[in-house]
Design a protein around this ligand. Sequence first.
Ligand SMILES: [Zn+2]
Length: 231
Amino acid sequence: MGVAKQLYQLQEVDLELESNEQGLKQMTSQLGKSQAVVRAQTRVASEQQRLDELRHQQRSAEWEIDGLVGKIKAVEEQLYSGRVKNPKELTSLQHEVNMLKTRRDQLETSALEIMDQVEIAEASVAAASGEFKKLEAEWHNQQQQLSADIEKLKSKLSDLKHKRELLSVEIDPQATEVYDKLRKQKGQAVAKVEQGICRGCRISLPSSELQQVRSGDLMQCGSCGRILFLP
Ligand SMILES: [Zn+2]
């Protein structure tokens, strides 16, 4: 096999290696936490906090109502016991009962409102946790798939590296040196020759150059400097 063909094959492997390495880098960067999942989790926590606050308010209102009911009972007992005869005192007790009842009624109204809000908040917590669980499950599947793809790609890369080693031991080290230098400079070191044209720079080769290319020896394009390969 001519050295130009060997270098061309080497380049094919190198280009494949390059694109697979980029793919691996990109995939690896996708591993890890998902912002969407973190956001959903934060939302569950804040909805839950709101629900806890409302439940706390609800309990406080209920305790206060219980306390008022007890007080009303005590004052009414006093009022209707017949023990209190003084009209002024009776009026004052009646007045106290009325105030306590007004306060109790207000609290009962607000307890009902809080109860409604608790129900709404419970629904919000349920919706937020549902969304969080869904996103987390999706993310988990994606990560698993991604890890599997990464492993596959890593094994492909190792095969390619092995292939590259096998190819490069066959190639004259001086030719490899020229190739490596051109790869760094131009990305593509070997250019195909098609219909007498260098595909690297699209310039027609003089017939003398073409003849040398046909021999399969190492021959660089007089215009762009790439190694010429005639398939
Ligand atoms: Zn050229």
